[in-house]
Design a protein around this ligand. Sequence first.
Ligand SMILES: [Ca+2]
Ligand SMILES: [Ca+2]
Ligand SMILES: [Ca+2]
Ligand SMILES: [Ca+2]
Length: 276
Amino acid sequence: MNIKRISTLILISFGTSLVLVPSAQAADFKTNVSQSNDPKANILLQSITQKDKQGKDQTFSNFTFVNRVTDLKNTTYSGGNSGAASTDRGDNASTPKNIQVSEDPKADQIAAYLGNNNLNNIIDTEDKGAFTMNLWFDTTIRQDASGLDNLFFWERGMNSDLDIQAIDENGNLLGNLLNLKQKQNQQNAGYKIDTMEITEAQNVGSWGVSLKQLGLNDEQAIKGIKGIQVSAKTTYNGPDFKVIARSVPEPSTTAALAVVAMSALKVLNKKRLAKV
Ligand SMILES: [Ca+2]
Ligand SMILES: [Ca+2]
Ligand SMILES: [Ca+2]
Ligand SMILES: [Ca+2]
């Protein structure tokens, strides 16, 4: 390896270590819910309205939900306000799959509270609690040409941060960590919730995230991801969150056929060239 090559490598490694964790420049979106008068009752997500890349409002309801949680690392619960991520619901909201709220939930209990469109079934994190968990979705989350975001987060209180990062099918981290910040990027989602953990209704904030913001290249973003890792540090003021993703159908058969046609053409051309 020559000196120039070595110095380039050094520059690259310095370069990457200097890259700051990007914070989300989340695009605004509107949360359309079944009702916003009763903060203790079910609040069902019906659709989301967001501007596409042409600046036109698109309303969509093709969602994909968390169906599995793995690699759960939660601050140990030892009574009182200890521990970190717990399952929580509106005081009069329904109990998903008949699973009662828990201060020390198992992975499948967390999956039940995240895995539906009830924005009043959430994960509540204690103020100084830290956790890491991998969330897996019903269907692959992929980028399409619409310009709409892929992942939608809501946070009760608009007063906590959350870290997210894409993972591959084996749970290996991809792209970059994205720090969703309460102060800079969160917008008001237009409804309040009053859950079992709190005694008064709190405003809910939202973040929209694209796969691009997670640092995936085009190839990775189009291939898509099946899961994300979410985590909170002890300084994040305990995020109380819900996440739902936008489902994008697999690249169409037309597109797949086009690829086949292209390779057939290539073979033909090679044959032609061979004959010349
Ligand atoms: Ca709790
Ligand atoms: Ca909060
Ligand atoms: Ca309450
Ligand atoms: Ca909290």
